[in-house]
Write a new protein. Structure first.
Length: 306
């Protein structure tokens, strides 16, 4: 009974926030909350609309769109759309659906692992040590980030062919080496702002650079690294152009959907297209829900003493 009475007397967190604010601050708080709620609804609305229309027969979808009933619920719930779009994806590319899923997984995880490992190491070396040619190398990295993709696509394709990794699983590992790009810039900025006192404390205890990097620096960067990994996973999973251009024998879910997209829309089978899009989103949504707290984490815990 005592614990229950304490819970009843304890004010709720949201109510406590408003009680500590002036009337003007409460009004701003409410307005901001309403704006954020409207924004959230606007982000969820397209997915709900797509889900509703993915279960419609083709004729009903066309009639509803013509009559301005875009959000009308299906008269007949056609769950077969999901199984049918799977068959169409496999027919368009000639690859088994489960093989596409497997290809999507390794084409996402391999470059993430290689890119994170080499990117963090290279950014740490560039931010911590001074050596001949460092500024030149940094300038080259910045310059390559400013060159448009269409400007180097031909030379890039020839390089991939000369390296012998075209249409090979090695392509995902070789091209993911993180010696540049936005990930390098994020890591570089973080490592550059970590106090040198961490390394000095390790040196006093007899540790070396590997101890500093793997035992001290990387654990502090863990939330940032996980957030970048998740963002990279979403990008790799949804990438359809790379498999089509450089890995034609290793089709993914994204490339399979791209191949059937035009034919589905042209023949009026939009519900199948929506069903395919929602299916390909499931892994990305699952990853986000599992690591949403890590993505939003902004607390930095220090380890210096004295």
């Amino acid at each position: 009974m005592k614990e229950r009475s304490e819970k009843l007397q304890k004010p709720r967190f949201g109510r406590e926030i408003l009680q500590k604010r002036t009337k003007g601050e409460r009004a701003v708080y409410v307005v901001v909350f309403i704006l954020c709620l409207i924004y959230m609804i606007s982000m969820i609305y397209p997915f709900l609309w797509m889900f509703v229309n993915s279960l419609k027969p083709f004729v009903d979808y066309t009639l509803d769109m013509s009559a301005g009933r875009a959000f009308a619920f299906p008269k007949t719930w056609r769950f077969e759309n999901y199984s049918e779009v799977f068959s169409m994806i496999q027919t368009a590319d000639g690859t088994n659906f489960f093989s596409m899923i497997f290809n999507s997984v390794w084409q996402s995880l391999v470059p993430i692992f290689v890119g994170t490992l080499t990117g963090t190491w290279f950014a740490y070396v560039m931010s911590r040590f001074r050596f001949w040619g460092r500024n030149i190398l940094y300038g080259v990295i910045i310059f390559t980030m400013t060159v448009p993709v269409v400007g180097n696509s031909g030379a890039y394709f020839k390089l991939i062919s000369d390296l012998g990794v075209y249409n090979s699983p090695l392509f995902s590992a070789v091209t993911a080496v993180g010696f540049g790009g936005m990930g390098f810039m994020v890591y570089y900025g973080f490592f550059k702002n970590v106090p040198q006192s961490y390394a000095e404390a390790v040196y006093i205890d007899g540790g070396g650079e590997f101890t500093v990097f793997f035992r001290i620096i990387l654990p502090q960067a863990k939330p940032m690294i996980i957030a970048l990994v998740i963002n990279s996973f979403i990008g790799y999973w949804n990438d359809y152009m790379t498999p089509l251009l450089y890995l034609p024998s290793y089709s993914t879910i994204a490339s399979g959907m791209y191949l059937v997209k035009n034919s589905l829309i042209r023949t009026g089978k939009n519900p199948l297209y929506y069903a395919g899009l929602l299916t390909t989103m499931i892994p990305v949504v699952a990853v986000f829900f599992c690591f949403s707290d890590t993505i939003m984490e902004s607390m930095t815990i220090g380890g210096l003493k004295g």
